[in-house]
Design a protein around this ligand. Structure first.
Ligand code: GRF
Length: 196
């Protein structure tokens, strides 16, 4: 249980397929996040994100608003307004392909968490698996971190190594990486919730 014994209210932000979101929802249903977290909203800046349907099938509230054409801070202000009624304790970014404005980050201090498919000390921004593959790394590190105003510079919560020996394609790298992501994200969320 978290300290006040109430499950933490989490809002999950996605832009696409939502496999990390799905893994977290499974851990909330019958895994390590049971009783610790409650999904109050899945939001997407891409109304066509396949992950939205996965959440809807589980009867989790969803909202979406296309970010196309919006200035970063204008859009984020709208997102804050969407999130506000759900009173999230934590904002969980799961493949949310939009850099957050300082406005958004300052609105949720130490409450925004992200998963990055590389060691954030070694590689920032997009293409973490491509980077590992092209550099023929023997291993890479998945990172769960707090989000601050820099690009993948927030303090690290947990990391886990992905063994890349013998991989033959970028798809192999991604497959091994995602298997680690899907476990690590919930483990890190559990650590945050139980120590907060
Ligand atoms: C993951 O590799 C995550 O690390 C990165 O974006 C991808 C999202 O995948 N931030 P999914 O939407 O969770 O399947």
């Amino acid at each position: 249980m978290s300290k006040n014994n109430l499950p933490k209210r989490i809002a999950i932000l996605i832009s696409g397929r939502g496999s990390n979101m799905q893994a977290i929802l499974q851990e909330i249903d019958h895994g390590i996040l049971r009783g610790l977290a409650q999904p109050v909203l899945v939001f997407s800046n891409n109304p066509a994100a396949p992950g939205l349907e996965i959440a809807q099938a589980k009867e989790i509230p969803t909202q979406s608003l296309s970010s196309k054409g919006f200035k970063r801070s204008t859009f984020d202000k709208k997102v804050i307004d969407i999130l506000e009624p759900y009173q999230p304790d934590l904002i969980v970014l799961a493949g949310y392909m939009r850099i957050l404005s300082p406005l958004f980050i300052q609105h949720y201090p130490k409450k925004i968490i992200n998963i990055h498919p590389a060691d954030t000390k070694e590689h920032q921004g997009l293409g973490g698996y491509e980077w590992a593959y092209e550099n023929q790394l023997k291993e890479t590190k998945i990172t769960v971190h707090y989000v601050d105003e820099g690009l993948d510079t927030g303090s690290i919560i947990q990391q886990e190594i992905v063994d890349l020996q013998g991989v033959e394609s970028l798809e192999d790298v991604e497959k091994r990486g995602l298997a680690v992501e899907h476990k690590l994200y919930s483990k890190a969320l559990k650590a945050i919730i139980t120590t907060k």
